[in-house]
Design a protein around this ligand. Sequence first.
Ligand SMILES: NC(=O)c1ccc[n+]([C@@H]2O[C@H](COP(=O)([O-])OP(=O)(O)OC[C@H]3O[C@@H](n4cnc5c(N)ncnc54)[C@H](OP(=O)(O)O)[C@@H]3O)[C@@H](O)[C@H]2O)c1
Length: 317
Amino acid sequence: MTPRKVIAVVGATGAQGGGLFRAILSDPPGGFTARALTRNINSDKAQALASRGADVVDADIDNVESLKSAFEGAYGAYCVTFFWAHFSPERELAEATAMAEAAKHAGVKHVIWSTFEDTRRWVPLDDERMPTLKGKYKVPHFDGKGEANGVFTKLGLPVTFLLTSFYWDNFIYFGMGPTKGPDGRLAITLPIGDKKLPGIAAEDIGKCAYGIFKRGREFIGKTVGIAGEQLTGAQMAAGFTRALGRDVVYNDVPPEAYRKFGFPGADDLGNMFQFKRDFQEVYCSARSVDFSRALNPALQDFNAWLAANKSRIPLNS
Ligand SMILES: NC(=O)c1ccc[n+]([C@@H]2O[C@H](COP(=O)([O-])OP(=O)(O)OC[C@H]3O[C@@H](n4cnc5c(N)ncnc54)[C@H](OP(=O)(O)O)[C@@H]3O)[C@@H](O)[C@H]2O)c1
Protein backbone atom coordinates (compact mmCIF):
# COMPACT_ATOMS: atom_id res chain seq x y z
CA MET A 1 0.00 0.00 0.00
CA THR A 2 1.36 3.47 -0.89
CA PRO A 3 1.77 5.54 2.28
CA ARG A 4 -0.44 8.60 2.49
CA LYS A 5 1.20 11.94 1.75
CA VAL A 6 1.30 14.11 4.87
CA ILE A 7 0.15 17.72 4.62
CA ALA A 8 1.30 19.85 7.54
CA VAL A 9 -1.42 22.41 8.22
CA VAL A 10 -0.63 25.68 9.97
CA GLY A 11 -3.67 27.15 11.71
CA ALA A 12 -5.50 23.81 11.70
CA THR A 13 -7.61 24.86 14.70
CA GLY A 14 -8.66 28.01 12.82
CA ALA A 15 -10.64 28.98 9.72
CA GLN A 16 -8.41 28.38 6.69
CA GLY A 17 -6.33 25.54 8.12
CA GLY A 18 -9.42 23.97 9.71
CA GLY A 19 -11.17 23.81 6.34
CA LEU A 20 -8.14 22.15 4.79
CA PHE A 21 -7.81 19.71 7.69
CA ARG A 22 -11.47 18.68 7.34
CA ALA A 23 -11.21 18.41 3.55
CA ILE A 24 -8.25 16.04 3.82
CA LEU A 25 -9.83 13.87 6.51
CA SER A 26 -13.12 13.69 4.62
CA ASP A 27 -11.43 12.09 1.64
CA PRO A 28 -9.64 8.92 2.78
CA PRO A 29 -9.24 7.61 -0.80
CA GLY A 30 -7.46 10.85 -1.75
CA GLY A 31 -4.08 9.53 -0.63
CA PHE A 32 -3.35 12.38 1.81
CA THR A 33 -3.37 12.72 5.56
CA ALA A 34 -3.25 15.86 7.70
CA ARG A 35 -0.80 16.86 10.39
CA ALA A 36 -2.31 19.66 12.45
CA LEU A 37 0.00 22.33 13.87
CA THR A 38 -1.10 24.04 17.07
CA ARG A 39 0.53 25.99 19.87
CA ASN A 40 -1.30 23.86 22.42
CA ILE A 41 -1.92 20.19 21.75
CA ASN A 42 -4.02 19.99 24.92
CA SER A 43 -6.57 22.62 23.95
CA ASP A 44 -10.14 21.48 23.33
CA LYS A 45 -9.83 22.41 19.64
CA ALA A 46 -6.58 20.47 19.23
CA GLN A 47 -7.99 17.49 21.06
CA ALA A 48 -11.02 17.53 18.77
CA LEU A 49 -8.68 17.25 15.78
CA ALA A 50 -6.72 14.43 17.43
CA SER A 51 -9.96 12.56 18.11
CA ARG A 52 -10.43 12.31 14.34
CA GLY A 53 -7.28 10.23 14.19
CA ALA A 54 -4.98 12.98 12.92
CA ASP A 55 -1.46 13.72 13.97
CA VAL A 56 -1.46 16.90 16.10
CA VAL A 57 1.89 18.53 16.82
CA ASP A 58 3.18 21.53 18.73
CA ALA A 59 4.45 24.40 16.61
CA ASP A 60 4.51 28.17 16.68
CA ILE A 61 5.11 30.19 13.53
CA ASP A 62 7.27 32.54 15.60
CA ASN A 63 9.63 29.63 16.30
CA VAL A 64 11.46 28.25 13.27
CA GLU A 65 12.84 25.21 15.10
CA SER A 66 9.34 24.10 16.08
CA LEU A 67 8.29 24.46 12.43
CA LYS A 68 11.25 22.41 11.21
CA SER A 69 10.16 19.51 13.43
CA ALA A 70 6.53 19.93 12.47
CA PHE A 71 7.27 19.92 8.71
CA GLU A 72 9.69 16.95 8.89
CA GLY A 73 8.66 14.18 6.51
CA ALA A 74 5.69 16.16 5.16
CA TYR A 75 4.88 16.16 1.45
CA GLY A 76 2.98 19.42 1.67
CA ALA A 77 2.66 22.45 3.93
CA TYR A 78 -0.17 24.97 4.17
CA CYS A 79 1.29 28.26 5.39
CA VAL A 80 -0.82 31.09 6.76
CA THR A 81 -0.13 34.01 9.11
CA PHE A 82 -2.46 35.64 11.65
CA PHE A 83 -2.31 39.39 11.10
CA TRP A 84 -5.21 40.26 13.37
CA ALA A 85 -3.45 38.63 16.35
CA HIS A 86 -0.74 41.32 16.31
CA PHE A 87 -1.42 43.88 13.49
CA SER A 88 2.23 43.78 12.39
CA PRO A 89 3.19 43.23 8.72
CA GLU A 90 6.85 42.98 9.79
CA ARG A 91 5.95 40.10 12.09
CA GLU A 92 3.99 38.43 9.26
CA LEU A 93 7.08 38.70 7.08
CA ALA A 94 9.24 37.14 9.81
CA GLU A 95 6.68 34.35 10.32
CA ALA A 96 6.45 33.65 6.59
CA THR A 97 10.25 33.55 6.49
CA ALA A 98 10.30 31.03 9.33
CA MET A 99 7.75 28.81 7.54
CA ALA A 100 9.63 29.06 4.24
CA GLU A 101 12.96 28.21 5.90
CA ALA A 102 11.41 25.26 7.73
CA ALA A 103 9.80 23.96 4.51
CA LYS A 104 13.15 24.22 2.76
CA HIS A 105 14.91 22.43 5.62
CA ALA A 106 12.33 19.62 5.60
CA GLY A 107 12.38 19.26 1.81
CA VAL A 108 8.62 19.81 1.50
CA LYS A 109 7.44 19.02 -2.04
CA HIS A 110 4.54 21.48 -2.25
CA VAL A 111 3.94 24.61 -0.20
CA ILE A 112 0.77 26.67 -0.39
CA TRP A 113 1.28 30.22 0.88
CA SER A 114 -1.95 32.02 1.73
CA THR A 115 -1.27 35.51 0.51
CA PHE A 116 -2.64 38.75 -0.92
CA GLU A 117 -1.61 41.40 -3.40
CA ASP A 118 1.08 43.84 -2.32
CA THR A 119 -1.14 46.83 -3.05
CA ARG A 120 1.87 49.17 -3.26
CA ARG A 121 2.36 47.82 -6.78
CA TRP A 122 -0.82 49.69 -7.80
CA VAL A 123 -0.84 52.42 -5.14
CA PRO A 124 2.70 53.65 -4.47
CA LEU A 125 3.35 55.26 -1.12
CA ASP A 126 3.30 58.79 -2.61
CA ASP A 127 -0.19 58.19 -4.05
CA GLU A 128 -2.44 60.38 -1.94
CA ARG A 129 -5.68 58.57 -2.76
CA MET A 130 -5.26 56.66 0.48
CA PRO A 131 -3.05 57.34 3.51
CA THR A 132 0.23 55.49 4.06
CA LEU A 133 -0.06 53.38 7.22
CA LYS A 134 2.55 52.12 9.69
CA GLY A 135 5.18 54.13 7.80
CA LYS A 136 5.48 52.06 4.63
CA TYR A 137 2.25 50.30 3.74
CA LYS A 138 -1.03 51.12 2.06
CA VAL A 139 -2.92 47.98 3.17
CA PRO A 140 -0.69 46.54 5.91
CA HIS A 141 -2.38 43.12 6.15
CA PHE A 142 -2.14 42.71 2.36
CA ASP A 143 1.24 44.29 1.68
CA GLY A 144 3.18 42.26 4.26
CA LYS A 145 1.83 39.00 2.83
CA GLY A 146 2.55 40.09 -0.73
CA GLU A 147 6.05 41.17 0.22
CA ALA A 148 6.61 37.74 1.81
CA ASN A 149 5.96 36.02 -1.55
CA GLY A 150 9.54 36.87 -2.42
CA VAL A 151 10.86 34.86 0.51
CA PHE A 152 9.35 31.63 -0.84
CA THR A 153 10.61 32.39 -4.35
CA LYS A 154 14.11 33.29 -3.17
CA LEU A 155 14.47 29.98 -1.36
CA GLY A 156 13.46 28.16 -4.56
CA LEU A 157 10.51 26.46 -2.88
CA PRO A 158 7.88 24.55 -4.86
CA VAL A 159 5.17 27.04 -3.92
CA THR A 160 1.65 27.96 -4.98
CA PHE A 161 0.64 31.51 -4.07
CA LEU A 162 -3.01 31.39 -3.03
CA LEU A 163 -4.93 34.69 -3.21
CA THR A 164 -7.88 34.34 -0.85
CA SER A 165 -11.03 36.48 -0.63
CA PHE A 166 -13.13 38.27 1.98
CA TYR A 167 -14.70 35.68 4.31
CA TRP A 168 -18.49 35.94 4.43
CA ASP A 169 -17.92 34.64 7.98
CA ASN A 170 -16.92 38.24 8.78
CA PHE A 171 -20.66 38.91 8.87
CA ILE A 172 -20.74 36.60 11.92
CA TYR A 173 -17.40 37.11 13.69
CA PHE A 174 -15.84 40.36 12.54
CA GLY A 175 -18.66 42.75 13.45
CA MET A 176 -19.59 43.34 9.82
CA GLY A 177 -23.10 41.88 9.89
CA PRO A 178 -26.31 43.86 9.37
CA THR A 179 -26.88 46.48 12.07
CA LYS A 180 -29.85 48.72 12.72
CA GLY A 181 -29.33 52.29 11.52
CA PRO A 182 -30.90 55.50 12.85
CA ASP A 183 -33.84 54.92 10.49
CA GLY A 184 -34.49 51.56 12.18
CA ARG A 185 -33.54 49.55 9.11
CA LEU A 186 -30.91 46.83 9.04
CA ALA A 187 -27.92 47.73 6.88
CA ILE A 188 -24.57 46.33 5.87
CA THR A 189 -21.93 49.04 5.66
CA LEU A 190 -19.09 48.75 3.17
CA PRO A 191 -17.05 51.40 1.33
CA ILE A 192 -17.12 49.73 -2.07
CA GLY A 193 -19.54 51.93 -4.01
CA ASP A 194 -21.26 49.92 -6.72
CA LYS A 195 -18.30 47.60 -7.23
CA LYS A 196 -18.17 43.85 -6.75
CA LEU A 197 -16.56 42.25 -3.72
CA PRO A 198 -15.21 38.72 -4.20
CA GLY A 199 -16.23 36.71 -1.13
CA ILE A 200 -15.98 33.14 0.05
CA ALA A 201 -17.07 30.84 2.87
CA ALA A 202 -13.91 30.53 4.98
CA GLU A 203 -14.41 26.75 4.99
CA ASP A 204 -14.11 26.72 1.19
CA ILE A 205 -10.59 28.18 1.25
CA GLY A 206 -9.29 24.96 2.75
CA LYS A 207 -11.32 22.87 0.32
CA CYS A 208 -9.85 24.78 -2.63
CA ALA A 209 -6.36 24.41 -1.14
CA TYR A 210 -6.93 20.68 -0.95
CA GLY A 211 -7.92 20.74 -4.63
CA ILE A 212 -4.60 22.44 -5.38
CA PHE A 213 -2.60 19.79 -3.49
CA LYS A 214 -4.54 17.05 -5.30
CA ARG A 215 -3.55 18.46 -8.70
CA GLY A 216 0.09 17.60 -7.96
CA ARG A 217 2.61 19.82 -9.68
CA GLU A 218 0.11 21.73 -11.83
CA PHE A 219 0.07 24.92 -9.75
CA ILE A 220 3.62 24.91 -8.44
CA GLY A 221 5.25 28.26 -9.21
CA LYS A 222 1.85 29.79 -9.97
CA THR A 223 -0.42 32.36 -8.36
CA VAL A 224 -4.06 31.31 -8.14
CA GLY A 225 -7.02 33.22 -6.73
CA ILE A 226 -10.29 31.93 -5.32
CA ALA A 227 -13.78 33.26 -4.55
CA GLY A 228 -17.23 31.76 -3.99
CA GLU A 229 -19.04 34.64 -5.70
CA GLN A 230 -18.41 38.27 -6.62
CA LEU A 231 -21.25 40.54 -5.49
CA THR A 232 -21.98 44.23 -5.07
CA GLY A 233 -23.04 45.59 -1.69
CA ALA A 234 -26.61 45.91 -3.00
CA GLN A 235 -26.60 42.28 -4.15
CA MET A 236 -25.33 41.11 -0.74
CA ALA A 237 -28.02 43.19 0.99
CA ALA A 238 -30.64 41.57 -1.27
CA GLY A 239 -29.25 38.16 -0.30
CA PHE A 240 -29.60 39.05 3.39
CA THR A 241 -33.15 40.28 2.80
CA ARG A 242 -34.15 36.97 1.18
CA ALA A 243 -32.37 34.81 3.77
CA LEU A 244 -33.48 36.70 6.89
CA GLY A 245 -36.97 37.54 5.67
CA ARG A 246 -36.40 41.19 6.71
CA ASP A 247 -35.32 44.23 4.79
CA VAL A 248 -31.54 44.74 4.74
CA VAL A 249 -30.12 47.67 2.80
CA TYR A 250 -26.64 48.47 1.61
CA ASN A 251 -25.06 51.49 3.26
CA ASP A 252 -22.31 52.76 0.98
CA VAL A 253 -19.86 54.96 2.88
CA PRO A 254 -16.72 56.67 1.57
CA PRO A 255 -13.47 54.92 2.52
CA GLU A 256 -12.46 58.16 4.28
CA ALA A 257 -15.37 57.67 6.69
CA TYR A 258 -14.75 53.93 7.10
CA ARG A 259 -11.11 54.56 8.06
CA LYS A 260 -12.36 56.73 10.94
CA PHE A 261 -14.80 54.16 12.38
CA GLY A 262 -12.43 53.80 15.32
CA PHE A 263 -12.18 50.02 15.75
CA PRO A 264 -8.66 48.54 15.65
CA GLY A 265 -7.59 48.15 12.04
CA ALA A 266 -10.35 50.39 10.60
CA ASP A 267 -7.76 52.39 8.65
CA ASP A 268 -6.23 49.19 7.21
CA LEU A 269 -9.67 47.85 6.21
CA GLY A 270 -10.75 51.23 4.82
CA ASN A 271 -7.71 51.21 2.55
CA MET A 272 -8.31 47.55 1.67
CA PHE A 273 -11.88 48.17 0.56
CA GLN A 274 -10.79 51.25 -1.36
CA PHE A 275 -8.17 49.16 -3.16
CA LYS A 276 -10.83 46.55 -4.04
CA ARG A 277 -13.16 49.32 -5.24
CA ASP A 278 -10.66 51.36 -7.22
CA PHE A 279 -8.86 48.35 -8.74
CA GLN A 280 -11.91 46.12 -9.15
CA GLU A 281 -10.80 44.78 -12.52
CA VAL A 282 -7.37 43.72 -11.22
CA TYR A 283 -8.75 42.33 -7.96
CA CYS A 284 -11.78 40.47 -9.33
CA SER A 285 -10.07 39.02 -12.38
CA ALA A 286 -7.45 37.43 -10.12
CA ARG A 287 -10.19 35.38 -8.38
CA SER A 288 -12.18 33.18 -10.72
CA VAL A 289 -15.30 31.52 -9.30
CA ASP A 290 -15.30 28.89 -12.06
CA PHE A 291 -11.71 27.98 -11.28
CA SER A 292 -12.52 27.78 -7.55
CA ARG A 293 -15.44 25.45 -8.31
CA ALA A 294 -13.19 23.25 -10.44
CA LEU A 295 -10.87 22.88 -7.44
CA ASN A 296 -13.75 22.42 -5.03
CA PRO A 297 -17.04 21.20 -6.56
CA ALA A 298 -18.85 21.85 -3.26
CA LEU A 299 -18.01 25.59 -3.42
CA GLN A 300 -20.77 27.65 -1.81
CA ASP A 301 -22.22 30.79 -3.34
CA PHE A 302 -23.48 33.57 -1.07
CA ASN A 303 -27.07 32.28 -0.94
CA ALA A 304 -25.88 28.79 0.01
CA TRP A 305 -23.61 30.25 2.69
CA LEU A 306 -26.48 32.38 4.04
CA ALA A 307 -28.87 29.43 4.11
CA ALA A 308 -26.40 27.46 6.20
CA ASN A 309 -25.30 30.31 8.47
CA LYS A 310 -28.12 32.85 8.81
CA SER A 311 -29.01 31.79 12.35
CA ARG A 312 -25.44 32.53 13.45
CA ILE A 313 -25.43 36.14 12.24
CA PRO A 314 -25.85 38.48 15.21
CA LEU A 315 -28.50 41.16 14.63
CA ASN A 316 -28.70 44.12 17.02
CA SER A 317 -32.46 44.24 17.11
N1 LIG B 1 -11.17 37.70 7.61
C1 LIG B 1 -11.07 37.64 6.29
O1 LIG B 1 -11.99 38.03 5.54
C2 LIG B 1 -9.84 37.09 5.68
C3 LIG B 1 -9.89 36.74 4.32
C4 LIG B 1 -8.76 36.19 3.73
C5 LIG B 1 -7.59 36.07 4.48
N2 LIG B 1 -7.57 36.44 5.78
C6 LIG B 1 -6.32 36.29 6.52
O2 LIG B 1 -6.41 35.07 7.23
C7 LIG B 1 -5.40 35.07 8.20
C8 LIG B 1 -5.86 34.30 9.42
O3 LIG B 1 -6.23 33.01 9.06
P1 LIG B 1 -7.49 32.30 9.76
O4 LIG B 1 -8.69 33.18 9.57
O5 LIG B 1 -7.53 30.91 9.28
O6 LIG B 1 -7.06 32.39 11.27
P2 LIG B 1 -7.90 31.95 12.56
O7 LIG B 1 -9.20 31.32 12.24
O8 LIG B 1 -7.89 33.14 13.46
O9 LIG B 1 -6.99 30.79 13.14
C9 LIG B 1 -6.02 31.04 13.97
C10 LIG B 1 -5.48 29.68 14.39
O10 LIG B 1 -4.09 29.72 14.13
C11 LIG B 1 -3.36 29.35 15.22
N3 LIG B 1 -2.28 30.31 15.52
C12 LIG B 1 -2.39 31.60 15.90
N4 LIG B 1 -1.17 32.12 16.12
C13 LIG B 1 -0.28 31.13 15.86
C14 LIG B 1 1.13 31.03 15.92
N5 LIG B 1 1.90 32.06 16.31
N6 LIG B 1 1.71 29.86 15.59
C15 LIG B 1 0.97 28.80 15.22
N7 LIG B 1 -0.37 28.82 15.16
C16 LIG B 1 -0.98 29.98 15.49
C17 LIG B 1 -4.31 29.24 16.39
O11 LIG B 1 -4.29 27.91 16.78
P3 LIG B 1 -3.74 27.40 18.20
O12 LIG B 1 -4.32 28.33 19.23
O13 LIG B 1 -4.29 26.02 18.24
O14 LIG B 1 -2.25 27.47 18.12
C18 LIG B 1 -5.70 29.54 15.83
O15 LIG B 1 -6.65 28.52 16.03
C19 LIG B 1 -5.07 36.53 8.50
O16 LIG B 1 -3.73 36.80 8.26
C20 LIG B 1 -6.00 37.31 7.57
O17 LIG B 1 -5.38 38.45 7.01
C21 LIG B 1 -8.68 36.90 6.39
